[in-house]
Design a protein around this ligand. Sequence first.
Ligand SMILES: N[C@@H](CCC(=O)N[C@@H](CS)C(=O)NCC(=O)O)C(=O)O
Length: 217
Amino acid sequence: MSKTITLYGHGPTANPVKVAIILEELGLPYEVKAPADIKAEPFISLNPNGRLPAIEDPNTGFNLFESGAIIEYLIRKYDTDAKLQYTTEPENFLTQSWLHFQMSGQGPYFGQLAWFKVFHKEQLPSAIERYGNEVKRVTGVIDAHLKKQKTKYLIGDKLTYADLAFVPWFNALGFILPEFDWKKETPEFAAWFEGLLSRQSVQTVLAKPEFQRQMKH
Ligand SMILES: N[C@@H](CCC(=O)N[C@@H](CS)C(=O)NCC(=O)O)C(=O)O
């Protein structure tokens, strides 16, 4: 029985939710904590970049930050039955490719759309248009890939941590781009995403009070 891992996160922000889904899938005990101030000590000793998530793992004594790196760590350390990964090449490397695409191609663009559409103090139509188009494009990349491969998941017919990593930001589509009819425009994506959304791990994490909007930190 492993000791409880601390996951730092608060509210519905995507990156801690992503890590929670992997913890849940692997059946690891964890608790979600909201740091008092993510830009100050003691949190910046966990993540010098002052952002969420970060984890403390008492089983190894390791403290880690950056959601993609945390996921790779959890998989390498704890996915001993290869539930969420391939043990064959090149599928194992392709899983990393998709995770890196999520980290660099999905997260930042979806995050910028949310920023310019919802939080920025001025309305800048050209910025909203640029990031809105990127969100649609990234969704279209997955749609076209699944259509071409005729597979259930991103890498063949096995669920991996890469599929799951995309879930939290896609779950924000209705919030950041409500006018995008993704069920109609990207049906292969829609079938894949709805399958992921229906997983018990995803349902459990999305329902957690720590990840709801009213949570204060
Ligand atoms: N690349 C980082 C991004 C981290 C990130 O931007 N986290 C957001 C929440 S999803 C955050 O902490 N925002 C608060 C802030 O920027 O001050 C990761 O994936 O861990």
